[in-house]
Write a new protein. Sequence first.
Length: 180
Amino acid sequence: MEEKLLALLERLAQAERALLTREAHRLGLTATQAHLLLHLAERPQGVVDLAALLALTPATVSGALAALERKGLLQRVRDQEDLRRWTLKPTERGRALAETLRRYAKPLQRALDAVEDPEGLLLGLMALLASLVRQGVMTETGLCLTCRHLRREEGFFCALLQIPLAPLDLRLACPDHAPA
């Protein structure tokens, strides 16, 4: 069973990457540039954090980010917590392009419509990602399941915001995340 699940995850990742690459090229971007722009549209970050998140070298990320800056899609903003660091975030044009880029996932979204238990799939995949983060395989992304503020008594509860969370409320990249 595990071998089949791993093979399925690999094929799904290949399909996702092929769809993203096709849409990125149509919009004049590389797949790496598109991937970075989509991540930065969700959560502005610095080069080192992005490199760790995407398992790329800082040099590769820097080159792709420089190209996005030259295209007027990104801007550098000084990190307010550490004035030596810069955070990258999309310009208005970059946010608009990221919104257009998200269309790449439409075929995957249509396929998900046929899944019998989407909430179960969501929680299972989040648990898989959380386990990989805890093992050090993946970098921390701000996943609620790895946050010290998440409580699990009779469902999910965010102790920071003092609100109950439904499975669909759980975030993959929460700006208030604090590693457990």
